[in-house]
Design a protein around this ligand. Sequence first.
Ligand code: PMP
Length: 359
Amino acid sequence: MTYLDYAATSPLLPEVSKAMHLAEQKFFANASALHTPGHLAMNEIEHARELLAEIIGSNKDEIIFTSGASESNNTVIRSFEGHEIETSPLEHHSIIEAAKVYGGHDKPKLYSYMLANNEVGDILPIKKIAKKAHSESGFIHSDLTQSLGKIRLNVRELDLDYATFSAHKIGGPVGVGALYVRKGAPFKPLIIGGNQEKKRRGGTYNTVGIVGFGAALKKMKELESWKIYDTKVRKLRDGLAEWILKKIPGSSLNTELKPNKSLPNILNVSFQAAEGESIQLYLDAEGVIVSTGSACAAGDIKPSHVLMAKSGGDAEVAHSSIRFSFGLDSTEADIEKVMGVLPGIINRLQKMSTVKMKE
Ligand code: PMP
């Protein structure tokens, strides 16, 4: 299988699998308990917390473990219930939908802008937005789910009040994430119950999941993964993009390849007179796994809101797009596989289509 859907989720790293297996045997006790096995479990959680804090440049008390990025996003938005909330049209649904439910008119205002987008990879000018937010005595949240591990991050340098992370985009398990909350920033827990996470998130600690997140972070730090993304992965991505533009009629990029404009591991392409879902299915039949729009919106027949926003409402561009997303393990052979099957698939679909190709 040629797996090119890392932005949707990434396979568990072997180190993560091993660490989680060990944790299941050794650190199964309730981490809040006062007994020894409880303390041992809590130690593991605190190690993971320290590691994330070190990687993102925060204090460890500013990190709350959650069930994933959707929960982290929802938590920040709900903390501003009744307040003005401004988001970008590129945000994940867990921001957009939550802002619709909780947004209001009060001040201070929350700005929620992702640093990098999951569908097209666009990088947004977060520092500038943070400056604006703070000049108005407002606050800034950034969804860093896709950025973690791909580019160097520092929440202080970015001047963020809140940031969202998810383990499964970096080779960790699904169902674990984190939220950075700057000390003193407004906060309301989403899950009320026990005293876990210093009363900021109730629920028995997911020790095994958090250990898995920690193992993925450790690997990321050891490898300095952002350097590999910036070199090897970027080269693969750019190579495929240039090849597609040259070889496939009616192709256009929805991702700007310039460094600092997009994440190095995401490539979103549209093909005139070919439907994204069909391309995806034909590629799947050839063993090449990609996605159309975002996986979170799969099964949703509406065109991707991100591509609609980017193309100025051109549903054809949105409907004819696919996303290739690469990981640290992606190779030249993966790209060659795509090159071998994609032209035939697009050609077949374009021939069958009733949509006229533009010159
Ligand atoms: N935000 C972004 C930018 C994402 O890409 C995703 C995953 N598609 C999420 C949030 C949701 O992450 P999780 O699955 O951890 O809830």
